[in-house]
Design a protein around this ligand. Structure first.
Ligand SMILES: *[C@@H]1O[C@H](CO)[C@@H](O)[C@H](O)[C@H]1NC(C)=O
Ligand SMILES: *[C@@H]1O[C@H](CO)[C@@H](O)[C@H](O)[C@H]1NC(C)=O
Ligand SMILES: *[C@@H]1O[C@H](CO)[C@@H](O)[C@H](O)[C@H]1NC(C)=O
Ligand SMILES: *[C@@H]1O[C@H](CO)[C@@H](O)[C@H](O)[C@H]1NC(C)=O
Length: 390
């Protein structure tokens, strides 16, 4: 008789098993229309398997979970609240969170997340509360929150974000609360928008005394809301050259001097480089050092190219002995946070002095040729300025 009872019980639970059982060591309860699975404070290393398929609130807080594998929530897609705070999560694979399309509250705070699968977040379009604070995240893509129209509260404080791209919060039309304090912000031109945005926004941004600059050195500790107005400018570039074309034709053996001039006092200091493209598609890139050593007037380029080009830290490029091999496009470019500019001159040798062959390539760019009507020599080919896409 007793045996019979036991077997009935086993059959009974396995019939309902798929939906109703509650995995060890969780406790499950039904309240109104909510199915609550409480698995908090259980020293769990992994997600429990066999959760009720209609669970709506899943608490896994304060466990020891390190990894969330793709599709681990594939059978519990009705979850609206997922609590995962105070675990040891380092990685969340792609497609872990994406199936949880009903999610309204997600708490991943107090973990060790470095890389977050932002593409998954984009699928959680009804999310209202997102807590990612106290993790180790470094990169925040500009479109991270672009689909979260219902998001009201976002907490990304206490991470390792060094910057927040302008526009990151602009889609968050329902947001009323934003925590970004205690991140090691680099207060460069790229972050200047945030100072103005915080003061103008209607969103509550608490703990502004802890929204501070970590870099650059001279702004370390300064409040982001008080960073001085930075004079941020994109670089402009022009190339001057010798010999001047008006007076001299360019023959083999001549020395050509090209000076790359950065104008307009750009800030931050741009990175400058020369690029040479010779006929035969030989390409050389010479990066100028960002820190100038006042003492040195030696070329900065590699010895192997010294015979043909001498590049100096002040932006001068010298072609010691012009020959057909050095015919080509010489471009100087300068890039900073705000933009990039470059300027190109075409250098073409006329031949040996006796031949004086006109070998200048025609340009179709419609630029005015240097005066004198000569077709050889150095010609301003193009000068471009474009704002960097950030
Ligand atoms: C969840 O499923 C179980 C078993 O089918 C059922 O008893 C319970 O009422 C359901 N809960 C909700 C909130 O739908
Ligand atoms: C989801 O359910 C299927 C079918 O019951 C099962 O085979 C699978 O292991 C479950 N996956 C997870 C992650 O629970
Ligand atoms: C130099 O630039 C011009 C115009 O941009 C181009 O037509 C020409 O092929 C370039 N020359 C070399 C050697 O790359
Ligand atoms: C840059 O430095 C080199 C080497 O010291 C010098 O020959 C050249 O004239 C300098 N260029 C300018 C524009 O001052």
């Amino acid at each position: 008789m007793a045996l019979w009872l036991v077997s009935v019980l086993v059959v009974w639970t396995s019939v309902l098993g798929l939906t109703q059982c509650c995995p060890e060591p969780c406790t499950c309860s039904d309240k109104y229309t909510h199915q609550f699975a409480d698995c908090a404070y259980k020293d769990l290393l992994l997600l429990p398997v066999g959760l009720p398929s209609n669970v709506t609130t899943l608490s896994l807080s304060a466990n020891k979970i390190k990894h969330l594998e793709a599709k681990s929530f594939i059978n519990v897609t009705q979850v609206t609240s997922l609590w995962l705070a105070h675990n040891e999560i380092v990685t969340i694979e792609r497609n872990t969170l994406a199936p949880l399309v009903q999610l309204r509250n997600l708490d991943l705070s107090y973990n060790k997340i470095i890389n977050f699968p932002w593409e998954d977040l984009a699928k959680l379009t009804v999310l209202q509360l997102l807590k990612m604070n106290n993790n180790e995240m470094i990169n925040l893509p500009k479109d991270a929150f672009s689909t979260l129209k219902d998001l009201r509260s976002l907490r990304i404080n206490n991470n390792k974000f060094t910057t927040i791209v302008q526009g990151t919060f602009s889609s968050l039309s329902s947001m009323s609360h934003l925590q970004i304090y205690n991140n090691p912000f680099t207060c460069s031109c790229n972050l200047e928008w945030l100072r103005d945005w915080i003061s103008e926004s209607k969103i509550s941004v608490p703990e502004q005394d802890s929204i501070v600059c970590e870099a650059p050195e001279h702004l370390k500790g300064a409040l982001v809301t008080k960073i001085p107005k930075l004079d941020c400018r994109a670089p402009t570039v022009s190339i001057t050259y010798q010999p001047k074309l008006d007076n001299t034709e360019l023959y083999e053996g001549f020395m050509v001097i090209l000076n790359c001039e950065i104008k307009g006092n750009p800030n931050p200091k741009p990175e400058v480089s020369w690029e040479v493209v010779n006929g035969g598609n030989q390409k050389f890139t010479f990066n100028l050092p960002s820190v100038v050593n006042e003492q040195s007037d030696l070329p900065v380029n590699d010895k192997t190219t010294n015979g043909r080009f001498l590049v100096f830290q002040n932006g001068t490029l010298i072609i010691p002995r012009m020959s057909k091999k050095e015919d080509g496009n010489y471009s100087c470019s300068a890039v900073n946070d705000l933009g990039r500019a470059d300027s190109t001159v075409k250098v073409v040798v006329a031949g040996t002095k006796k031949q004086a062959i006109n070998s200048m390539l025609d340009t179709t760019s419609g630029k005015i040729r240097p005066s004198g009507g000569s077709k050889n020599g150095v010609e301003d080919d193009q000068e471009r300025h474009q704002l960097a896409q950030v």
